[in-house]
Design a protein around this ligand. Structure first.
Ligand code: SSA
Ligand code: ZN
Length: 452
């Protein structure tokens, strides 16, 4: 059995920045970023010095995290032709030597030690690409299989310097919405354009980054420490420049900031203070195919080398969540909100009102009683609904729910019990709509279907 033990010895003892979702008293004023404030109010996540730079997502934070992944999996799989794979977290040092990470990325990697019979050292993965190259190489590949697109949501670890750790934006354990596309040279432009399309859909349509905070593109070119030869680098940079010139969005040069294996188009957004953060990235790589000796059989029966495109659209779910919170200040759209509906019986002494409230709760949550063997159906709807039947005045409970950012308040009084139509309002408007249980449920389904 393997007992991995990570080695922290390369770095000084941690004194990193940390904070708690329920207590943040030790931090000096002004150092609490927007996402941390949102989390303090909504109990989304925290970190602890016991694992610096690794996030504990609380139930509400995990709901948002999982929703984002669910959204991206659907887009990638059914609109953009990706196939999801599930891959190991630790690999022998020899893999990282082959990929060039051991020589060029060693400082950022956690090493893993096992029993004495694990003769070789292991490394905890900071990237998925070498694992995906192994999957590519496992079978003989033909031109007809290309482009081959693998998606992976594995946790990654990078030994970021303790001073660089920051909230959710720079962490040591994170999850990219990662993908690697193996394709022919002729397919590169199409593939990159389709990555840019997904980026556009995400950053302009689904997620509310305003026009002036909107995303912008940078071409990051060859860094000082790189693998491969100059001619190939220049060619890769030319290819990306050509695509950027045609893409219709403005872009700028970020010289020397490419990955060690290739140049990249980085997609950045600004936070409220104007600081830009790299979220999505699209990277062109001629080096890994060479190092892993990847090939495919072409139409003419000769073997050729594919090209690898690395791409992530959120970048990492952690950093993307930080950017969302910076922009929405915790006012989540319905489909992402861990607090979608609060049901409030007006008079908590009226058992009929309380009973109806709980019946509606079960319906909205899509819950089943757990005293039989019927499973919850696949693809069913489950909303984040709660009941507040505390013995507090109704006005107080409404205010409390509004403050906690519930998208909808559903108020049940005697009249509502009588008619079976409950008073529904949004957090933004006092206007009441009277809807039946089924109508509320359908309304919520529609909202989620439309990413509203
Ligand atoms: N192998 C490629 C993807 O296939 C890769 O890892 N590229 S990358 O290094 O640029 O990382 C991709 C994205 O991950 C970045 O754009 C950024 O959004 C996110 N990311 C990188 N490092 C961190 C970190 N320490 N904390 C949070 N997010 C990170
Ligand atoms: Zn990669």
């Amino acid at each position: 059995m393997l007992h991995p033990r990570t080695l922290f010895s390369l770095r000084p003892i941690e004194c990193g920045f940390h904070w708690y979702s329920t207590k943040s008293t030790k931090l000096a004023a002004g150092t609490i970023s927007v996402s941390q404030e949102v989390s303090n109010k909504q109990r989304l996540f925290f970190t602890d010095p016991i694992s610096p730079g690794s996030i504990f997502f609380l139930p509400n934070g995990a709901k948002i995290f999982n929703r984002l992944i669910q959204f991206m999996k659907l887009q990638q799989q059914f609109k953009y032709g990706f196939q999801e794979v599930v891959t190991p977290l630790i690999y022998r040092k020899s893999l990282w030597e082959q990929s060039g990470h051991w020589q060029n990325y060693k400082e950022d990697m956690f090493r893993v030690e096992g029993h004495d019979n694990m003769k070789e050292e292991y490394g905890l993965k900071p990237m998925n690409c070498p694992g995906h190259c192994l999957i590519y190489k496992k079978f003989d590949r033909s031109y007809s299989e290309l482009p081959l697109r693998f998606a992976d949501f594995s946790p990654l670890h990078r030994n970021e310097a303790s001073g660089a750790l920051s909230g959710l934006t720079r962490v040591r354990k994170f999850h990219q919405d990662d993908g690697h596309i193996f394709c022919t040279p002729e397919q590169v432009e199409n593939e990159i354009n389709s990555c840019l399309k997904l980026v556009e859909m995400c950053y302009t349509k689904i997620f509310p980054f305003s026009e002036d905070e909107g995303y912008f593109l940078e071409l990051s070119t060859r860094p000082d420490s790189y693998i491969g030869n100059l001619e190939i680098w220049n060619h890769a940079e030319d290819v990306l420049t050509g695509i950027l010139k045609k893409c219709g969005r403005s872009w700028r040069l970020n010289e020397g900031d490419g990955a060690f294996y290739g140049p990249k188009i980085d997609i950045k957004v600004r936070d409220h203070s104007g600081k830009s953060h790299q979220v999505a990235t699209i990277q062109l790589d001629f080096q890994l195919p060479e190092r892993f000796d990847l090939r495919y059989k072409d139409r003419d029966n000769t073997y050729k080398k594919p090209i690898v495109i690395h791409r992530a659209v959120f970048g990492s779910v952690e950093r993307f969540m930080a950017m969302l919170m910076d922009s929405n200040r915790g006012r989540w759209p319905f489909w992402l909100n861990p607090r979608q509906a609060m049901i409030i019986p007006v008079n908590t002494k009226t058992t009929e009102q309380v009973k109806k409230s709980h019946a509606l709760l079960l319906k909205l949550r899509g819950m089943n009683t757990n005293d039989d063997l019927t499973p919850i159906a696949l693809n069913s709807f489950h909303f984040n609904a709660e009941v507040d039947d505390r013995a507090e005045p109704v006005g107080y409970r409404i205010k409390d729910a509004l403050m906690k950012n519930y998208s909808y308040l559903i108020i049940i009084g005697d009249k509502e019990v009588e008619t079976g139509r409950y008073a529904v309002r949004t957090k933004e408007s006092r206007e009441l709509e009277h809807l039946s249980t089924d109508e509320i449920f359908s309304k919520f389904c529609e909202l989620e279907k439309n990413y509203a």
